[in-house]
Design a protein around this ligand. Structure first.
Ligand code: CAA
Length: 378
């Protein structure tokens, strides 16, 4: 099967590739030093990248899901930080409102999110509820025209920078996952406290924070869907969100492979380029094969999603394989570069650090296997 892209999708790839090379590449050093890429996000908004799949009537670019995946893939080849900021903003920060919000909520929030005026975040994980998401402890109690939310969240991507947070809390602790509800929380909501900024191994330009809800007062009209629908909202959006992270992993792996090939053709040892020596040639062959396999799985899942065909299994397969590939290929890239690869002078060291988390967030590789396994039993 040959991967074929429409003219519109090819234009998207070219536009994002050019943008990444001219606007993002020069900013990498600042992001590595911890600077959040506000200006880059502003420029991405001008290009319509903050609302790629959002309908035009809500201010978005109304392009298909595959175009969105192309954008994440190309951005992540240059910066996995930008890839994750956009993926979280779109897949799990904006889409819950598009798919589960009422018309009033869509009118109020989507135009701001789709045009990049607002940045979105997603708050599911808690200190004692990571993979076991339904055991979350945050509580929301209805009092008149609002809910009072208490609890805490960890590892919130875009936290502290975001304008809206999709927050999951239980409204009925006797009902397990069926007692979880979802809320749209604005950044200035009283009782929303931004906590510790995590010092991460990679993705240095993206912010990851802890959040505390201290009698946080959320208007009742900000309940997303019905009470008790929250867990399904989280799962349904993660099903799709995982294709975004798979595309981010694909971008990292492809970049590591491209750098390695270029270096191996230039670097001469024992009288010839190391690429022409079997030890390195075999490595490059394995890297190329794994990248190609990831590409097929990622774009297959994206095409299913674009055609509105359910793709939970395929999304998990794409994330499982692409994230494993990103880790393996970026590790081998350092080996190809030898001692130089272990220094900060060359980009493969950053790719190696950025790759690891793709096996962890939006569901660890073990969780992807659980999801795939459940589908196989149906
Ligand atoms: N779509 C819709 N509903 C779903 C669903 C899906 N994909 N998967 C499960 N559900 C529903 C089930 O039908 C069930 O509903 P009923 O009770 O009505 O039958 C309910 O949810 C509970 O399902 P399970 O009993 O199967 O749930 P479980 O406890 O076994 O867990 C899990 C399932 C897949 C392991 C889930 O807990 C999970 O995905 N865990 C990982 C959490 C995760 O990915 N966290 C990422 C955080 S976000 C993030 O990382 C973003 C970032 O910042 C980068």
């Amino acid at each position: 099967m040959e991967l074929r892209f429409t003219e519109e999708q090819q234009m998207m790839r070219k536009m994002v590739r050019d943008f990444a090379e001219t606007e993002i590449q020069p900013f990498i050093e600042k992001m590595e030093a911890g600077e959040f890429p506000r200006d880059i996000l502003k420029k991405m908004a001008e290009l319509g990248l903050m609302g790629i799949t959002i309908p035009e009537k809500y201010g978005g670019s109304e392009m298909d899901f595959t175009s969105y995946i192309i954008a994440i893939h190309e951005l992540s080849k240059v910066s996995a930080t930008i890839g994750v900021i956009l993926s979280v903003h779109t897949s799990v920060g904006t889409n819950p409102i598009l798919y589960f919000g009422n018309e009033e909520q869509k009118q109020k929030y989507l135009p701001k999110l789709a045009t990049g005026e607002y940045l979105g975040a997603f708050c599911l994980t808690e200190p004692s509820a990571g993979s076991d998401a339904k055991s979350l402890k945050s509580r929301a109690e209805k009092r008149g025209d609002h809910y009072v939310v208490n609890g805490s969240k960890v590892f919130i991507t875009n936290g502290g920078e975001a304008d809206t947070y999709i927050v999951f809390a239980t409204t009925d602790s006797t009902k397990g996952s069926r007692g979880v509800s979802a809320f749209i929380v604005e950044k200035d909501t009283p009782g929303l406290v931004i906590g510790k900024d995590e010092h991460k191994m990679g993705l240095h330009g993206s912010r990851t924070v802890q959040l505390t809800f201290e009698d946080m007062k959320v208007p009742a009209e900000n309940l997303l869907g019905e009470e008790g629908e929250g867990f399904k909202i989280a799962m349904a959006n993660l099903d799709v969100g995982r294709i975004g992270i798979a595309a981010q992993a694909l971008g990292i792996a492809e970049a590591a492979f491209d750098y390695s090939t270029a270096y191996a053709k230039e670097r001469v040892q024992f009288g010839k380029p190391i690429a022409a020596q079997q030890g390195i040639g075999f490595k490059l062959a394995d890297m190329a094969t794994a990248v190609e396999g990831s590409k097929l799985l990622v774009y297959r899942a994206a095409n299913l999603r674009s055609s509105n065909i359910s793709c939970g299994k395929e999304a998990s397969m794409a994330k499982l394989f692409a994230s494993k590939t990103a880790v393996e290929v970026s590790t081998e890239a350092i080996q190809v570069y030898g001692g130089y690869g272990y220094t900060k002078e060359y980009p493969v060291e950053r790719l190696f650090r950025d790759a690891k988390v793709t096996e962890i967030y939006e569901g660890t590789s073990e969780i992807q296997r659980m999801v795939i396994g459940k589908h196989l039993l149906v």
